[in-house]
Design a protein around this ligand. Structure first.
Ligand code: PLP
Length: 388
């Protein structure tokens, strides 16, 4: 039985071209980029090239890109690094974020709150769009940072970052966005969005795991959170993961080359998947914004089904899916995102996230529609029998 992988928001396969770009730095060119000899210089050059490739993908300058170990570290560095730095120069330390952020932001914000930095969590509407009125009202004299994700990892909704920038106006408040799920799924330009910091991760865009980047606008000051050597211009110590960085750079180059075409194809397949499921399954709800959403995401809830049961049955049929974020799919807690969107708990428990990739095929999608319809019917039959 061939596996149908519909969990591209959890992670993606490494593109063969990306792997080819990485292999030289595991084999012949294994130098440490800090070494002055030729092996070191080759590694340094690979990092410089990748920094440029990542920068181009988001409309930034290379010197605004800091390589880190992934999206989680980028979020930690943005929040902790910025708040720590602003604590040195300003009185304020108030942060505003949304209730639907990834735990990399939410848990970092909670930790800062325990350290005495006040945090305001803004709500969202039923489509998962941040309440801009609440955000505007939440701004205080001591607000230093607003962190709102560009695209939600569970329901795919794209957040109105440009409008948030307009609300901030010329106040001295930095705007950070977690763009881990948005990269590759939409055109991204840091100037058009008006963001000061942006978190990125390679393994969501056909790059390797364990590498990511934080974009920091020139002039925005932040404190290193991992200290040691002078790597990444003293902002992130540790010998650089040269193969990973080279792979991330290549993955970004491929986004610019193939991204538009892939997105259009994936969006059409996603729409086919959602329409097929909604047609075949009664009492199913499509989560997230109907239009302003990333192409790969289809999040659905099925009343009377347990998300875990859905996943296990689908897995048995060779379909890899998720109940929300990969990090919470082990827990029976209802998703904080669906809760913030006001989805009733009994419906939120039956959530299924199917996320498509550039290699997904129409045949896979049609098989998935059949499988979901069959599994939901089966689980509902079993639940009805138990209730009797
Ligand atoms: N932010 C978002 C929105 C994510 O979806 C993820 C991963 O699922 C992360 C951050 C964490 O990224 P990484 O796995 O590279 O640490």
């Amino acid at each position: 039985m061939a596996t149908i992988y519909l969990d591209h928001s959890a992670t993606t396969p490494v593109d063969p071209e990306v792997l080819d770009a990485m292999l030289p730095y595991y084999r012949g060119q294994y130098g440490n980029a800090s070494s002055i000899h030729q092996a070191g210089r080759a590694a340094r050059q690979a990092i410089d090239e990748a920094r440029e490739q990542v920068a181009i993908a988001i409309g930034a300058a290379p010197e605004e890109i800091y390589f880190v170990s992934g999206g989680t570290e980028a979020d930690n560095l943005a929040l902790r690094g910025y708040v720590e730095q602003s604590g040195n120069t300003r009185n304020g330390s108030h942060i505003i974020t949304s209730k639907i952020e990834h735990h990399a932001v939410l848990h970092t914000a909670a930790k800062l709150a325990r350290q005495g930095k006040p945090v305001t969590y803004c709500g969202v509407d039923g489509d998962g769009v941040i309440d801009l009125g609440e955000l505007a009202d939440g701004i205080r004299d001591d607000t230093v940072l607003i962190s709102v994700m560009l695209a939600n990892n569970e329901v795919g909704t794209i957040e109105p970052l440009r409008e948030i920038r307009e609300i901030i106006g010329d106040r001295r408040i930095a705007l950070h966005t977690d763009a881990v799920q948005a990269l590759g799924e939409m055109d991204i330009n840091v100037d058009e969005l008006g963001v000061d910091m942006m978190s990125l991760s390679a393994h969501k865009v056909y790059g390797p795991k364990g590498i990511g980047a934080l974009y920091v606008r020139k002039g925005t000051r932040f404190s290193a959170q991992i200290v040691g050597g002078g790597h990444e211009r003293n902002k992130r110590a540790g010998t650089e993961n040269v193969p990973g960085i080279a792979g991330f750079g290549k993955a970004c180059e491929l986004i610019l080359r193939d991204g538009c075409e892939n997105r259009a194809r994936v969006a059409a397949l996603r729409d086919r998947l959602v329409a097929g499921i909604l047609e075949r399954v009664e009492d199913a709800h499509y989560n997230g914004h109907p239009e302003n959403r990333i192409p790969k995401n289809a999040s659905l809830c099925f009343r009377g089904c347990e998300g875990e049961a859905l996943l296990l049955h689908l897995d048995f049929m060779g379909i890899c899916a998720s109940s929300g974020s990969a990090c919470t799919s082990q827990s029976l807690e209802p998703s904080h995102v669906l809760a913030a969107m006001g989805v009733p708990i009994e419906i939120a428990h039956g959530v299924l996230r199917l996320t498509l990739g550039k290699d997904s095929t129409q045949q896979e999608i049609d098989t998935a529609i059949d499988a979901v319809a069959e599994v939901v019917a089966k689980i509902r039959r079993i639940s009805a029998a138990i209730e009797i």
